[in-house]
Design a protein around this ligand. Structure first.
Ligand SMILES: [Zn+2]
Ligand SMILES: [Zn+2]
Length: 196
């Protein structure tokens, strides 16, 4: 594992700015990985799966440290709106969930009263605060389905209505028809006609 400062420099580049969320995400991932016995995420990348619970700043840093990515299926996003992530060692089944403590913000803001910029003060505090003050950590078990794991697609079928291919069992069955989620009524978009 790299140091906090090394990760922070990389995070500033890939995320576009350095912010309290980057520091929090880096520390969250370092703590989570250490707790499941993964010391070198670059080497153990294939063993590792991470589930993030928010689509905000910290998530980019979690992805940076773990090397887990959406496109590799090793990063899962569950939209629970919480600054929390679960780190799973696929080999041993060991997993921990690390959640940022709500009172860490208040503590952080009080730590560096001399720094007038609130966000900067928070960032500096997050660098030095104890893990116990920043996070709650619990050992957990995560049930993962084979069709959710990295690797080649487990199945691929065409939608009977739109004809688009559907991977990994995400199809719906309506009577005897196999449909994609959109055609089965879960479409999140509306087509726009040319005269609109
Ligand atoms: Zn940010
Ligand atoms: Zn369809």
């Amino acid at each position: 594992m790299k140091t906090l400062e090394e990760y922070a420099a990389l995070a500033a580049q890939s995320h576009g700015h350095i912010c309290p969320g980057q520091i929090l995400g880096i520390r969250m991932a370092m703590l989570g990985l250490g707790s499941i016995g993964i010391d070198n995420p670059a080497k153990d990348r294939k063993r590792l799966l991470t589930i993030v619970e928010i689509d905000r700043c910290a998530t980019d840093a979690v992805s940076l440290v773990t090397g887990c990515r959406l496109g590799k299926r090793s990063l899962k996003f569950l939209d629970y709106g919480k600054v929390a992530a679960t780190f799973v060692d696929l080999e041993s089944g060991r997993a921990v969930r690390v959640a940022a403590r709500d009172d860490s913000r208040t503590k952080a803001k009080a730590m560096f009263p001399a720094i007038s910029d609130a966000s900067q003060a928070q960032l500096e505090a997050y660098k030095v605060m104890e893990n116990d003050d920043l996070f709650n950590l619990q050992a957990v078990r995560v049930k993962l389905k084979p069709e959710d794991l990295p690797g080649r697609p487990r199945s691929r079928v065409p939608c009977a209505q739109c004809g688009e291919g559907i991977n990994d069992g995400r199809e719906r069955r309506l009577g005897d028809r196999i449909l994609c989620r959109s055609c089965a009524g879960e479409r999140y978009y509306e087509p726009v006609t040319s005269d609109e």
